[in-house]
Design a protein around this ligand. Structure first.
Ligand SMILES: Nc1ncnc2c1ncn2[C@@H]1O[C@H](COP(=O)(O)OP(=O)(O)OP(=O)(O)O)[C@@H](O)[C@H]1O
Length: 229
């Protein structure tokens, strides 16, 4: 579970996030939506302790991310799949990640299987396609069997079967009782994957609702909210 509490982040004169509060509950897939520059990445970085809030806070299971000794076992995140260091073989990359969080090495092969990368486990990361890198980043997020998962634009580079695979994975993770947050601009896909949404505009909360409370299509509801903000 994630709680964003009155979060504000300023970069110089830019108010990127403005007294934002919302909750990402366990057992649900929450779509995190907003126009370019609305403040989504800034909020995710604050949740993951990568950026210090100007005021307010972001808590994961009641504590700031930075307070955890083995953070991968608490929250798994995919922020920028292309940012993975390219020189190591795929399996080694996950082993290094696992070791850094005292995760059993046997978990690496389970995760490789789960994300469909066992056949390329000995290839260097830099030799992977964008979709395979996305799967590797998702694997890294799953490694610690965390109760909370954050995926920022997870569908980049995935082919249609990969998109279907990710949709089922997100659903299953929520059905297992985990909190799943997905930030994406792909409304039709979000409508199929999420069961609730948090919509922000200019750093402020515009809606926090179950998907079926929005009536009409998600895209129509989103455009209405964003244009009237
Ligand atoms: N490091 C930074 N320094 C200065 N301004 C920043 C920084 N990071 C973000 N901003 C500004 O904060 C605002 C929110 O940006 P943010 O990246 O959080 O939006 P976003 O919703 O993730 O957008 P997108 O959908 O385009 O990824 C924007 O005006 C952006 O220019």
């Amino acid at each position: 579970m994630i709680e964003v509490l009155d979060l504000t982040k300023r970069y110089g004169r830019t108010l990127a996030v403005d007294r934002l509060s919302f909750t990402i509950p366990s057992g649900h897939v929450t779509g995190f939506l907003g126009a370019n520059g609305a403040g989504k990445s800034t909020t995710l970085r604050a949740i993951l302790g990568l950026d210090r809030p100007t005021s307010g806070s972001a808590l994961v299971h009641g504590r700031p991310y930075a307070a955890y000794d083995r953070p991968l076992t608490v929250v798994g995140a995919v922020l920028d799949a292309a940012a993975v260091h390219g020189g190591l073989p795929v399996r080694t990359h996950l082993r290094v990640l696992a070791r850094s969080n005292a995760i059993a090495p046997a978990r690496v092969d389970e995760v490789l299987d789960e994300v469909g990368l066992t056949p390329v486990a000995d290839r260097r990361v830099k030799a992977l396609s964008l979709g395979m890198r996305q799967r590797l980043a998702i694997g890294g997020a799953l490694l610690g069997d965390p109760a909370t998962l954050i995926f920022d634009e997870p569908l980049n580079g995935l082919d249609p079967s990969g998109i279907g695979w990710f949709r089922s994975l997100a659903r299953r993770l929520a059905d297992e009782g985990r909190a799943v947050l997905i930030s994406s601009h792909l409304m039709s896909e979000m409508a199929l994957t999420a069961d609730r949404v948090v919509i922000i505009g200019s750093g402020r909360l515009l809606a926090e609702e179950p998907l079926d409370a929005l009536g009409s299509s998600l895209e129509d509801a989103y455009l209405r909210l964003v244009h009237h903000a």
